[in-house]
Design a binder for this molecule. Structure first.
Ligand code: FAD
Length: 303
């Protein structure tokens, strides 16, 4: 059970840092969709905190803005924002494709992107999509009265299940990622059941076709739930950007992607699913981006 001496609905960053300085045994909470099940179902045993600091009303953590070819969004951006915010829908549609698979309407309204990333579940759904956007995480702490910021690629931030580079008394301020206007994108997920499901495999692809239309200018593949940390498949991306694109090459790439499965449970199943997901997602993203392809063995239904 989770117990605490005080619950603070913080109204500013300074208020959050004041409490963290005064009571280090405090816990940050945003949407509470991870923390409450963690404590309530006894997964963490009995936890007593001096303070629970609810940061969901801190205005500095809630923003979504376009800066040239970059998008900035705050820690408190919700998964529902992925679906409904016009900037994200236009410039990072892979996030809304991911959100469709994420929990249900109620949870999506509460669940924040910072919570999903800091929780660092190997099955976290936002990570593959965020990695495909080259996302950088912005962290802040207060030193001698001043807010100090550091940034790092999201890929470096997540170290393992429930392990990140977040330091004590540090907060996630927000994220920055690439706009993928004029790219195609796809997101795939499977789990044990159809809804409210924990991923067994999840993945994202974003792709831009070169003007000549026969080759790929940029492609990024993020995978999750098949090992302790989410990954980018850089070597396979490079092959796709340097070789002639055929359905056969995409199938070979997809088969090679299955070597990335590290989870010990349901390994054969995960490998098979990953091959099919990678193939389908690449074909789908390239089709959206203007290159017409089919999957190996798949009949073309229309020209
Ligand atoms: C029914 C149900 C279904 C779910 N379905 C999915 C799903 O389909 N896919 C999926 O990936 N997840 C799912 N989840 C898990 C959860 O909803 C997500 O991980 C969510 O994004 C967590 O965000 P939150 O704001 O609720 O985090 P919280 O529970 O508030 O916090 C989670 C962690 O992040 C830390 N934290 C939050 N904000 C900050 C910040 N600004 N700075 C530093 N630390 C911070 C907290 O201290 C805590 O350690 C589900 C949960 C439930 C209950």
């Amino acid at each position: 059970m989770l117990t605490y001496d005080q619950y603070v609905l913080a109204q500013s960053l300074n208020e959050v840092f004041d409490i963290l300085d005064a009571k280090p045994a405090s816990r940050i909470l945003a949407g509470a969709t991870d923390i409450l099940p963690w404590a309530r179902y006894g997964r963490a045993g009995d936890v007593h905190l001096s303070s629970v600091i609810d940061v969901s009303r801190v205005p500095e953590l809630k923003y979504i803005q376009l800066n040239g070819s970059n998008i900035g969004f705050g820690a408190n951006t919700t998964i529902a924002d992925f679906q409904h915010n016009p900037i994200l829908r236009k410039h990072a549609p892979v996030l809304s494709q991911c959100a469709v698979w994420f929990a249900d309407d109620q949870i999506r309204e509460q669940a924040t992107v910072a919570g999903n990333v800091v929780n660092a579940s190997p099955a976290g759904d936002s990570q593959p999509a965020l990695l495909s956007l080259n996302t950088v995480i912005k962290l802040i702490r207060r030193e001698q009265g001043k807010i100090v910021e550091r940034t790092m690629p999201l890929l470096e931030f997540i170290l393992g299940p429930s392990k990140t580079r977040l330091a004590e008394k540090e907060l996630v301020l927000g994220f920055e990622c690439d706009s993928i206007l004029n790219y195609g994108s796809a997101y795939e997920k499977v789990g044990h059941r159809r809804s409210l499901v924990i991923s067994t495999v999840c993945m994202a692809v974003v792709a831009k076709v070169a003007q000549a239309k026969g080759s790929i200018e940029d492609i990024r593949i993020g995978i999750g739930a098949v090992g302790p940390v989410p990954k980018r498949l850089y070597a396979l991306e490079k092959r796709l950007m340097t070789q002639s694109i055929t359905s056969q090459l995409i199938r070979e790439i997809a088969e090679d992607a299955s070597d990335e499965v590290q989870s010990r449970s349901r390994q054969e199943y995960r490998r098979e699913v990953l091959v099919n997901f990678v193939e389908r997602a690449i074909v789908s993203a390239l089709n959206q981006a203007g290159m017409k392809l089919t999957r190996v063995g798949e009949e073309k239904l229309y020209a």
